[in-house]
Design a protein around this ligand. Structure first.
Ligand code: NAD
Ligand code: MG
Length: 400
């Protein structure tokens, strides 16, 4: 038999939680994958380590002074890696002709342009960067279709749903006989807490997730349930679903990663240990399966699976996201931008935990909804929502 050429992979956001897990899976399969480019924002030491191990053709950092630092170190180590800086370089390593697979694992709106560049170049795109899809849903999915990209969800819930739907599915959920998507949620570190208890929450508490070890932004989103809200929007776009077709189910063990409920009464679930290497390996190897380094699920150890409805009164962000999706246009982009600014302020100790949702709600209420079929409009609304959120935060008195 002929040995297939190794797949060349660009990892956007290589130094983050998803990036590190991606490189862990890749390192287990040197016969199948080879790293083309690694990118990071500011963490140049971490990127240096990764470059020494994976020897990419290109490395990208946000700032030129960090790139110059890395260039010197890699040259001294005898590596031929080209080191670049800035947003244009990110898009170029995502669309480069020699690249087969792009892992989109930058956090937040900063990942939108390089992820879209990969889509427009028709790559296999492994989508972790949910904010990119939330901001630009219609435009993004249209580009996937038009440029023949292969979009595989890495978010564990969406990866689960993808696995629970019929392969090669085209069209809406109804055609596949699917009545409802059951999006599971761990409930975050503050499940069961009252609004009163939530007032004094610190960034350290919010970032200590019971089941998953993740970047700080998504950890806070998990604590507010905004993460589940963003995921609801993400699921609507990925699976051509209406918001009413998606039921959020709090499942504290995080063993069932999500489900699809069919018209004949069947409910199909995907289970596994909470380890992002499973969806990452799925995306890399699809339609084949490879070892991900994940321990096999021990159901006797799990022993029980619990389910409860989300508490939308204590965690308003889920409702805000559902409403933004129903409103459509630029509303999800505005929701995302205001949330990014509010989460940043909370992490910096400038905003109370409970005020994150208030800031998002205030910004959503003021911004007039625009059509979201052009990138310029989306980016413009993103920028204005950020300004509006920053002003609201500055006007608040710190409450802790
Ligand atoms: P992280 O904060 O750990 O890593 C983010 C990465 O993006 C880092 O490499 C960072 O250097 C880079 N980056 C940040 N800002 C940048 C900028 N302005 N320009 C260029 N690069 C920049 O985040 P994470 O937890 O790995 O999450 C990444 C994405 O994956 C997020 O969209 C998140 O919602 C999604 N996701 C993460 C998990 C998880 O388990 N961590 C699960 C599901 C989805
Ligand atoms: Mg998720």
């Amino acid at each position: 038999s002929v040995t297939p050429r190794r797949q060349r992979v660009t990892v956007l956001g290589a130094t983050g939680s998803i990036g590190v897990n991606t490189l862990d899976v890749i390192a287990r399969h040197p016969d199948r994958y080879r790293v083309h480019a690694l990118t990071a924002g500011r963490r140049r030491e971490a990127l240096l380590e990764q470059c020494l191990l994976h020897r990419p053709a290109v490395a990208v950092l946000a700032a030129e002074h960090d790139a110059a630092w890395l260039r010197d170190r890699l040259a001294a180590a005898g590596l031929g890696t080209e080191v670049r800086a800035g947003a244009t370089a990110l898009s170029e390593v995502a669309e480069a002709a020699e690249v087969d697979v792009v892992m989109a694992a930058i956090v937040g709106a900063a990942g939108l342009l390089p992820t879209l560049a990969a889509v427009r170049a028709g790559k296999r795109v492994l989508l972790a960067n949910k904010e990119a899809l939330v901001m630009s849903g219609a435009l993004f999915m249209d580009a996937v279709e038009r440029h023949g990209a292969t979009l595989l969800p890495i978010d564990s819930e969406h990866n689960a749903i993808y696995q629970c739907l019929p392969p090669g599915r085209r069209g809406g959920l109804g055609e596949a006989g699917v009545e409802q998507l059951l999006l599971t949620a761990s409930g975050g570190p503050f499940r069961g807490w009252t609004p009163e208890q939530l007032r004094a929450v610190t960034p350290e508490q919010a970032c200590a997730h019971p089941n998953w070890s993740m970047g700080r932004k998504i950890s806070v989103d998990s604590a507010t349930l905004m993460n589940k809200g963003l995921e609801l929007i993400e699921a609507c776009w990925l699976f051509a679903a209406h918001p009413e077709q998606i039921q959020v189910v709090v499942h504290p063990q995080s063993v069932i990663h999500s489900m699809a409920a069919y018209s004949d009464g069947s409910v199909i679930a995907q289970l596994g240990n909470p380890d992002m290497r499973t969806p990452i390996a799925f995306g890399l190897a699809w339609p084949e399966r490879i070892d991900a380094g994940v321990a096999r699920l021990d159901l006797f150890e799990v022993a029980r699976l619990d389910f409860e409805p989300p508490d939308e009164a204590a965690f308003p962000c889920l409702r805000l996201a559902r409403e933004a999706m129903a409103t459509g246009g630029t509303a999800p982009a505005v929701l995302n931008a205001a949330n990014e600014v509010a989460v940043g302020a909370f992490l910096a100790g400038r905003l109370a935990f409970a005020a994150i949702g208030e800031v998002v709600e205030g910004v959503l209420a003021t911004r007039e909804v625009q059509p979201a079929d052009e990138l310029a409009m989306i980016l413009d609304e993103d920028a204005r929502a950020r300004e509006d959120a920053a002003q609201r935060i500055a006007a608040q008195r710190p409450r802790r």
